[in-house]
Design a protein around this ligand. Structure first.
Ligand code: SAH
Length: 196
């Protein structure tokens, strides 16, 4: 379970913004993720009206699914383009407002109020800004975080979770010496030490 040369790899925010500008977004799933459908019951656990967090959200269509089921969705994403594409591709009217606690931070909220997407780095967030969550859908998030930032990311995620919350995490398994990532390979042992 050695992650090899991926340990040192860093993808900058600028590089992510460029991926969006160039349309290099092979990670985006137009049809949504089958694993969310499969494990939806685990996430919801019979509860309704949950607050669900989408770290590093891109324009994930699953945000629309969960909002349509009556949940409150909060996402965070550095690319403003991604967030605008999300709202326009689902024909959702939204408004934009500054986030006073975050320099340069903006929040895009559907006019219906149930989808709030923060345009900033996830590391700018805290529970005093976004509150705590009953559920997390982590797909393309932990595996997209630079390996050197994983501990910081996991501690932040833990600080954003309510006591009785559920966290669905999607990872990928492959030989980390054959691909540079992202998505990065995160060994099971590391997931255990990050989240306990
Ligand atoms: N979860 C989404 C997107 C995965 S790709 C999906 O399933 O489709 C990872 C995304 O994280 C990219 O859109 C990138 O722009 C964004 N990102 C990278 N670093 C970030 C950071 N520090 N804070 C917020 N978003 C970030």
């Amino acid at each position: 379970s050695d992650i090899g040369s991926q340990k040192e790899r860093v993808v900058t925010e600028e590089e992510w913004l460029q991926k969006w500008e160039m349309g290099n977004i092979g990670f985006h799933k137009e049809q949504g993720h089958p694993l969310l459908q499969k494990y939806l019951d685990v996430l919801l656990n019979g509860r309704s009206g949950l607050r669900i967090f989408f770290p590093l959200c891109g324009k994930a269509v699953e945000m629309k699914w969960l909002a349509d089921m009556g949940h409150n969705v909060v996402g965070v994403e550095v690319s403003e383009q991604a967030l605008k594409e999300f709202f326009s591709e689902h024909s959702l009217p939204y408004y934009e407002e500054p986030v006073p606690e975050i320099s340069g931070g903006k929040m895009f909220q559907s006019t219906s109020g149930n989808i709030s997407l923060y345009c900033c780095s996830i590391y700018d967030l805290s529970s005093s800004i976004v509150g705590k969550f009953d559920g997390v859908w982590d797909r393309g998030a932990l595996v997209a975080v630079n390996p050197c930032d994983r501990q910081r990311y996991a501690s932040l995620m833990i600080s954003l979770m309510e006591k009785n919350s559920s966290y669905l995490l999607v990872t990928v398994s492959y030989d980390p010496n054959k691909h540079k990532g992202p998505p990065f390979y995160v060994p099971e042992s590391e997931i255990k030490s990050l989240f306990g």
